[in-house]
Design a protein around this ligand. Structure first.
Ligand code: KG4
Ligand code: ZN
Length: 330
């Protein structure tokens, strides 16, 4: 069984082919980062238009890479949400059209579920139950996963998502969009411990997060300091605060659930400082840790193909018509 995956929820067009026998057989990604960079954020209309231009050529590239024909596709999965409505509709319309033309089943999948399952594409996939930390530009979730579709939300951000906090702080420091990776690079040159920001909500029980106060603390530190604090030091202190906050809550979640595996997924999961710290937290709790490869931390078609494959194989199908859910809780 070959599943085509189509991701168009935001500013990356991701296409992939997943085979139940051979695993991932092709994947292609087009990032629109350069298109949106001069606006300092994603412009939804430009995103939709670019997806329209990219989707079909990338599907053709994937088929060529895998040595397959369109008729070899057994099912089509697309991102149904959450995401930008216009961008989602491009993927949904193409998926429905291909499904109709090829007479194959189509399924709209949840973008965050796909992020959550991305480590399953790696060599040593985690077993259920696991604790997942989902950290992207739009979401910050700590989830207990006991099976496919069996998700218990332990905690989430009450305001900004972790990636959003990285992006906004990066902007404050004068870094270009998308700020997360840029901030990480800058933090690498910063001195540890010379500036300290709060670890929000770690002094009370529970698993929820809040990052908007941290962003304000950064703003105040940058504005009021005389002499000015080096940008690297601010970046380092911000990153340390985020990483330590996640370390504390993840440790709590592993202890509360007794899960033997930790999964870290979503764009912020590409951050090496976070990865390193969570590796030691998991080791101390006797848990194995699974990260998707860096390219599958951020948005991609492979995770959509895989999540779609799992649900299509279980017999799930979408109703008729291109259906999207820009806001869709996990
Ligand atoms: O999962 P993703 O690609 O898209 C969403 O579904 O949101 O996540 C994008 C987010 C952005 O906020 C980006 O700045 C952040 O992930 N990000 C990072 C890093 N790489 C991407 N944040 C911190 N460190 C990184 N290395
Ligand atoms: Zn994402």
């Amino acid at each position: 069984m070959i599943t085509l995956g189509i991701e168009t929820s935001c500013d990356e067009t991701g296409i992939a082919l997943y085979s139940d026998k051979a695993g991932l057989v092709a994947h292609r990604l087009h990032s629109q980062a350069a298109t949106h960079a001069r606006y300092g954020g994603v412009v939804p209309e430009l995103a939709s238009r670019d997806h329209i231009r990219r989707v079909l050529p990338l599907v053709e590239d994937c088929l060529a890479e895998a040595g397959l024909r369109p008729a070899d596709i057994d099912g089509v999965a697309y991102t149904r949400g959450p995401g930008l409505a216009g961008a989602l509709l491009v993927g949904a319309a193409v998926a429905e059209s291909l499904g109709w033309a090829l007479e194959r089943p189509v399924l709209g999948v949840h973008h965050m579920e796909a992020h959550l399952l991305a480590p399953m594409l790696e060599a040593d996939p985690p077993g259920f139950p696991f604790v997942a930390l989902l950290v992207s530009g739009g979401h910050t979730l700590l989830v207990e996963v006991t099976g496919l579709g069996r998700y218990r939300i332990l905690g989430e951000s009450l305001d900004d998502a972790a990636g959003e906090a990285f992006d906004k702080t990066a902007k404050l420091l004068g870094l270009p969009y998308p700020g997360g990776p840029q901030l990480e690079a800058l933090a690498g040159g910063g001195e540890a411990g010379s500036l300290r920001f709060p670890r929000p909500m770690t002094d009370r029980p529970g698993f929820d997060f809040s990052f908007s106060g941290l962003k304000t603390a950064v703003l105040n530190a940058v504005r009021d300091a005389d002499p000015p604090i080096p940008r690297e030091t601010v970046a380092r202190a911000f990153q340390d605060a985020v990483v330590e906050t996640f370390a504390i809550k993840v440790r709590r979640a592993l202890q509360a659930t007794g899960a033997g595996h930790l999964v870290v997924a979503g764009g912020v999961g590409a951050n090496q400082a976070l990865r390193g710290r969570l590796r030691s937290v998991a080791a101390a709790e006797g848990a194995a840790v699974a990260f998707p490869r860096l390219a599958f931390c951020t948005d991609n078609g492979a995770m959509i193909a895989y999540a779609g494959h799992c649900r299509l194989a279980a017999g799930e199908r979408s109703g008729d018509g291109a259906d999207v859910r820009p806001r869709w809780p996990l």
